[in-house]
Design a protein around this ligand. Structure first.
Ligand code: ADP
Ligand code: MG
Length: 397
């Protein structure tokens, strides 16, 4: 069964619609510092308001671990959103009880309220039936719009869907369509670029995409782990020894493209130099040094693949791009991906630091799909089922 979008709904007038968004945004001194996640759900909220539904938003913020933590209240978020939507947004401090039902009942059609941080309840992450039923009691319909939480089996993400007719919001619909295009019907050549630090989330993506992709270009910690496994002296480089054997196996797989040179140096960028990767294992780094980027010949090599791609997926920095001069590889790849997307290739990117790097190039607008879900996107690309998506699939109205 495929997901059903809110666009298939008619007559939403005065219907109470519970919308699970991911408004887990950075807040400093009571102000929202990055509104991207609020903006990403505006189409869904505006659509429901236009249809005269009563919109009840629910999100988590940070990790309050089941307790009421004042600094993690949704107040600054509601305030910021009320400006974006140009409407008042009342906050419901609780998710059950007469006062809450009355407030929802008295909402005008097209009105918006927001529940307090749902992770203030210890039952959210435990996904208890009790909380799911309470949330369902507030509404006539459930809409999942926060793709970034779709991989969490939480009460407000998956649990509540069991008790209400459930639909995909416009953001989820767009992200799932884009990711399905890539995994199910990619145009070839399909080139995946993968890097970053958290290797356990990356190796399962490589495993799942190996049969589908034509070339997988690798940077970041996986490269270091591979070089260490082959006997190179990698100094203090970021490696994950658990995957040494697995990545050695990639060496025999013709689809994996490894860097041909790397940039090594100190953590602060001193003594940074390009080292070609000779066939014979060699000592790449002196003590106190590490591999922090892919080298220029590797960028050139990766570019030849990217330039011919018809499908492009990128996750994970090529190096420690937060520290100059180790930003060169990652920013070059970001520009190449953006330049090859939109029309020439279908380009998808995702991941916290990956989006940060793309933002540094100012070229994000040329990418076809910028996924709002780092972890959720990786799980999708790894072929795993996302609890939130499964829940709305099996309880479509
Ligand atoms: P994303 O959030 O985009 O999915 P990750 O969280 O896996 O990516 O990793 C991003 C981080 O990996 C970046 O902060 C970057 O500094 C780091 N990184 C990548 N390559 C290296 C490297 N060779 N050495 C140290 N850090 C690296
Ligand atoms: Mg990250």
């Amino acid at each position: 069964m495929s997901i059903r979008s809110i666009k298939s709904l008619t007559n939403l007038k005065n219907k109470r619609v519970l919308v699970r968004v991911d408004f887990n945004v950075p807040i400093k001194k009571g102000k929202v510092r990055d509104e991207a996640r609020l903006a990403a759900s505006l189409p869904t909220i505006n659509y429901l308001r236009k249809q005269k539904a009563k919109v009840i938003l629910v999100t988590h913020v940070g990790r309050p671990e089941g307790k009421r933590v004042a600094a993690l209240s949704v107040k600054p978020i509601a305030k910021h959103l009320s400006v974006l939507l140009n409407c008042q947004i009342a906050i419901l401090p609780k998710w059950s009880g007469m006062a809450v039902y009355k407030t929802v009942e008295n909402m005008p059609p097209g009105g918006v309220v927001m529940l307090e941080n749902i992770r203030f309840s210890p039952e959210e992450e435990k996904n208890t039936r009790k909380l799911a039923v309470e949330l369902a009691g507030l509404a006539d319909l459930f809409v999942l719009d926060g793709f970034a939480v779709a991989h969490r089996a939480a009460a407000s993400v998956a649990g509540v869907a069991e008790f209400l007719p459930s639909y995909a919001g416009l953001l989820i619909e767009q992200e799932i369509n884009g990711l399905e295009q890539v995994t199910k019907r990619p145009s070839h050549p399909f080139v995946m670029v993968i890097g970053g630090a958290k290797m356990e989330t990356k190796v399962s993506v490589i495993k799942n995409l190996l049969p589908r992709a034509d070339h997988i270009l690798v940077g970041g910690g996986i490269v270091n782990t591979y070089l260490k496994a082959r006997g190179y002296g990698v100094g203090d480089s970021l490696v994950d020894d658990r995957f040494k054997k697995e990545v050695l196996g990639y060496g025999k797989e013709g689809k994996i493209v490894w860097p041909v040179d790397v940039v090594v140096g100190s953590a602060t960028g001193k003594r940074a130099r390009v080292v070609a990767l000779a066939r014979r294992p060699q000592r790449l780094c002196a003590s106190g040094e590490a591999i922090y980027d892919i080298g220029p010949r590797s960028i050139q090599l990766f570019a030849t693949y990217i330039k011919h791609a018809h499908t492009l997926v990128w996750n994970g920095a090529m190096g420690r791009f937060e520290q100059k001069p180790y930003d060169v590889g990652t920013l070059a790849i970001a520009r190449l991906i953006a330049a090859r997307s939109r029309g020439k290739s279908f380009g998808v990117i995702g991941g916290g630091e990956t989006l940060q790097a793309m933002a540094m190039t100012g070229m994000g607008e040329y990418v076809d799909l910028i996924s709002t879900g780092g972890g959720a996107m990786l799980e999708f690309l790894a072929g795993k089922k996302l609890p939130g998506i499964e829940a709305i699939k099996s309880h479509a109205g």
